[in-house]
Design a protein around this ligand. Structure first.
Ligand SMILES: [Zn+2]
Length: 311
């Protein structure tokens, strides 16, 4: 059975950009008969906000989005990630890294293209025979990196087309677990998607270059047959060309909700960014009938706050 997932990260409230991606994912699932799993990606320790998971769930429901399974919390699945990590270490494709904590924290969070993280130069590759040796060397537990092989990883994205990556040159060895044992975003996503039987991944194109990393993890874990179909959607950006965020004004769903805006009206605003001519308001049933993936604009959507406070 085809399966997709909605995977909010409770690092803050849902804004219009997230809402659009989730709504498109939901529409594709309901048009094509995919099962929807709701997964809360809450392992990113210091960035997780209290109650943001409950707020995200309320926001999704208010917008008219439902799901068939979940919520499943990543923080409840530490053992499963640990097993995968042990498998990679035992297989010789992961190694301890004792580089600075700040560098590792950044590398282990869900990446975003505009962060422009530098390619890790491979400082610790082959340096330590074991985790114990790395711990003795630096006096504290190491992070774990995945050792990226030579060559090109290619996949065909169903929105943006063929994507070849020279993985050593373009991406480099990446963090799969922090020093405290917390799995990094890339590892948790692959382990979960495989365990949940996810066949279709729909997400923002800021995660495009996570995909070759995730494909490498599927292969290294013996899960190649589980690699899903990918749909990376152009993001909503601010007038400054950066990913929609607080600096662009208050675009949180919860704010519109609290101000009494009907969901049908907010949905109409978002629908216009999906190539649906929605008028002033649109119901979920109408949107489901009108939405076509091929009509979704292939360029980024620029959000600007008009005097009436609408997009
Ligand atoms: Zn290192």
């Amino acid at each position: 059975m085809p399966v997709t997932r909605l995977a909010p990260s409770p690092t803050g409230a849902l804004h219009l950009g997230n809402a659009r991606t989730f709504l498109i994912n939901w529409l594709m699932a309901r048009q094509n008969g995919w099962k929807i799993v709701l997964r809360i990606e809450d392992i990113d320790g210091p960035r997780i906000k209290n109650s943001a998971d409950r707020l995200a769930i309320e926001d999704l429901r208010w917008l008219g989005i439902d799901w068939d399974e979940g919520p499943i919390y990543q923080t409840a699945r530490a053992d499963v990630y640990r097993q995968a990590l042990d498998q990679l270490i035992a297989g010789g494709v992961a190694y301890p890294c004792v580089c600075s904590r700040k560098e590792i924290e950044l590398a282990a969070s869900a990446p975003h293209a505009e962060d422009g993280a530098a390619v890790y130069p491979g400082t610790c590759r082959g340096k330590f025979k074991s985790i114990a040796e790395a711990t003795a060397f630096s006096g504290k537990p190491p992070a774990i990196r995945f050792q990226v092989p030579r060559g090109v990883v290619s996949f065909t994205d169903h929105v943006v087309g063929p994507q070849p990556y020279d993985v050593q040159k373009d991406l480099g060895d990446f963090v799969i677990a922090k020093a405290d044992g917390t799995p990094a975003y890339q590892l948790a996503v692959v382990v979960d998607d495989a365990a949940m039987g996810v066949t279709h991944v729909v997400r923002g194109d800021d995660l495009l270059d996570s995909t070759p990393r995730q494909i490498l993890l599927y292969r290294a874990l013996g899960l190649e047959a589980m690699i899903p179909a990918y749909y990376h959607l152009p993001l909503v950006i601010g007038p400054d060309g950066r990913r929609l965020a607080k600096r662009h004004g208050d675009t949180r769903l919860a704010t519109y909700r609290a101000a009494g805006m009907p969901a049908d009206r907010l949905r109409a605003m978002i629908a216009r960014w999906m190539g649906v001519n929605a008028g002033e308001s649109i119901s979920m049933a109408e949107l489901l009938a009108a939405f076509k993936l091929e009509n979704v604009p292939r360029e980024k959507i620029v959000w600007s706050l008009s005097p009436e406070g609408r997009g």
